[in-house]
Design a binder for this molecule. Structure first.
Ligand code: SF4
Length: 344
């Protein structure tokens, strides 16, 4: 919701945060620009990836796709390739679709209004608020986990952040402290949340608003934010066959599946006649959000030309090798398996 804090007693808190930001803003490449395309990409990249981890990927991505048009016209597989290493590939698929949306629905001009940005594929309220406030002077707080944490500690507020109304609740709370420059304030909260008011061991001594922080004054910082509901991770077992012959192996692209959408994978079944070629198997455990995967990969070294050709023809597999696989995006466990297959 739009800010209306004209009568707020807490505005000085927001101003302190803003003052702190003027001298302490992190020197990040996307801080030098107001280009909504770049800010949008950076918001999506860093949603689930730490800055240090994702910075090179962000720079490479922007170098290859410097604007909406270039991204919209690119092949989806190339976009996925440039996303390699960042994980959560549905983000890459969505930004590709959103770039095409901007070309088709907005004549290639990035929309400026919060409500319009929100219509782009894969863009949620947080990203729409961040882009509109940083690039177009929008007034919406970019409420995310950082806001939840800092605000619940500042006000020693017990509102449960796992409650489905948490976003609305903290958006309203945010209006009490937000100064006029919402774009800088949103960025300041990102920095305070990740550098100072950290989930564990916050640096309260260095915090610009420690005088105003209720949780700090009551020495109850570790009790906030309140979160009751823990999402239980589901266990999932997957089986793959690394079918190879003379250094070549078989792959195919996943469809719009529930995980690893559009990434490449090994065959998930082989004919009975091929089972005698299995030489070993390896199980790789891998965590996704809300899923614990156990991925068993059988090594199938095929020596029969006829079986190899029939299997490919029947299933329309693609043939690649380790070098060629660098041009494709694989789920992490399969990527690791391919790299290790080099050493076997
Ligand atoms: S004083 Fe500590 S708990 Fe309070 S906002 Fe600052 S860093 Fe967070």
């Amino acid at each position: 919701m739009e800010k209306d804090n004209t009568n707020s007693d807490f505005l000085h808190v927001g101003n302190k945060i803003l003052d702190w930001y003027k001298n302490n803003a992190r020197d990040l490449p996307f801080r030098q620009t107001k280009d909504p395309y770049k800010i949008w990409i950076c918001e999506i990249v860093f949603q689930q990836t730490r800055i240090a981890q994702g910075l090179n990927h962000y720079n490479n991505f922007i170098k290859r796709f410097p604007d909406v048009k270039t991204l919209a016209e690119a092949e989806e597989n190339e976009v996925l390739l440039y996303w390699k290493g960042l994980g959560y590939y549905s983000r890459a698929i969505n930004i590709h679709i959103a770039a095409q949306q901007i070309m088709n629905d907005y004549q290639g001009v990035f929309p400026a209004q919060y409500e319009e940005i929100l219509k782009l594929k894969g863009v949620g309220k947080y990203t729409a608020a961040a882009v509109s406030s940083i690039c177009f002077g929008g007034k919406m707080p970019a409420v995310d986990g950082n806001f939840y944490r800092v605000l619940s500690r500042l006000f020693a507020d017990n509102f449960d952040i796992s409650n489905s109304r948490a976003f609305t609740y903290f958006s309203e709370l945010a209006t009490l402290v937000i100064p006029d420059n919402v774009g800088d304030f949103n960025q300041a909260m990102m920095d305070i949340g990740s550098e100072i008011c950290k989930p564990k061991n916050p640096l309260c001594g260095e915090c610009p608003v420690n005088d105003d922080c209720l949780a700090f004054s009551m020495q109850k910082v570790s009790e906030y934010p309140v979160k009751t509901k823990k999402v239980k991770a589901e266990n999932l077992a997957l089986t793959y066959y690394f079918v190879h012959k003379n250094g070549k192996f078989l792959i195919r692209q996943r469809k719009d599946d529930f995980i690893w959408k559009k990434l490449f994978e090994f065959p998930t079944a082989i004919p009975v006649e091929m089972e005698s070629f299995i030489t070993s198997s390896r199980t790789i455990n891998h965590k996704l959000t809300h899923k614990n995967l156990s991925v068993e990969i059988f090594n199938v070294e095929v020596s029969s030309e006829i079986l190899w050709n029939d299997f490919i023809a029947e299933n329309q597999y693609l043939i690649t090798d380790v070098e060629g696989s660098h041009e494709k995006s694989f789920p992490k466990p399969l990527e690791n398996y391919i790299q290790n297959s080099l050493k076997d």
